[in-house]
Write a protein that binds this ligand. Sequence first.
Ligand code: 4NP
Length: 151
Amino acid sequence: MKVLMICLGNICRSPVAEGLLKQRAEELGISITVDSAGTSNYHIGEQPDSRSLAHARARGTDISDLRGRQFTTDDFDAFDQLFVMDYSNYENVVKLARNENDINKVDLLLNQLYPGENQSVPDPYFGGDEGFEQVYNLIDAAVTNYLKNFK
Ligand code: 4NP
């Protein structure tokens, strides 16, 4: 199984999602390939946002080796499941889909936590620390639920 986590900048939410899914899968002995990308080109090559790094580190998740990259159409072929953080990401990704098969790979990550509700992981970039804490908690709960499919 190959999973791609997607947000806008690939520096706040999707690196946390990548790090947490890798970590929780490893803890459960589940073999899974995980990467992340941003729909924008704003932060290519950059380390995760310092606030995401600090909050993840404080909770035991090391994402310091991740670097921003931009989502490309090739990712539809390289991954089985594309999880977007919010509806704007969903629209940006689906715009690049070539066919129904591509579109069917895309879903909001929080549908793993709140099925069918199409909820978003709020963008914490312009907010305070509590936003980054909320991002970590929502993503942790969602990936933990997702991994129940593998048992
Ligand atoms: P992310 O957060 O999509 O979770 O990585 C953002 C990062 C950067 C920007 C917006 C959101 N930005 O406008 O540069």
